[in-house]
Design a protein around this ligand. Sequence first.
Ligand code: COA
Length: 158
Amino acid sequence: MIRAVYPGTFDPLTNGHFDIIERSLKFVDELIIAPTNNLSKNIKLPADDRVKIIKKATEHFEKVRVKPFRGLLVDFMKEEEATFIIRGLRAISDFEYEMQMAIINTKLYDDYEVIFLMPKENNSFLSSSVVREIAKLGGDLTKLVPAKIIDIVVEKYS
Ligand code: COA
């Protein structure tokens, strides 16, 4: 049984995240999508709204559960009895941060394993802040977020 956590800020979820979710589901038995609720992060939307958006985008996936967390990622993983996390590696610029996070988390949790997936090329330069800016300025989000959530993303971020 492979239970994996996909943590992030998801402020909001984008096609880049969605791509990673779809591909993870090919090899995990359960995927817990976990938006962080840590106050130290400069998050624009409350966790409840981010959860609502993620649930809407992923409601057709039986193996997905959405649960926000506060505090250390490794503590959340232990609570959920998960040993794997999934992270997207978009570009070399992500690598240093991801490596640091992986090494620190391994020191905090012996069983910790991270699986990196590369997003499809057309999502490589996508980020939540780009989506937020386009939503705010009234641009077209068709190619940036799943169709099901366009309306709610526009409503929450514009
Ligand atoms: N496609 C598109 N964009 C992606 C993406 C993908 N596959 N993966 C990440 N991104 C973007 C996000 O949209 C976000 O964009 P933004 O900066 O424009 O808003 C950016 O990359 C950051 O990614 P994200 O994964 O959301 O946040 P993070 O890298 O800061 O990590 C946690 C978030 C929750 C994993 C991390 O902060 C954490 O574990 N926190 C808990 C505290 C803890 O345990 N700390 C010790 C860890 S060392």
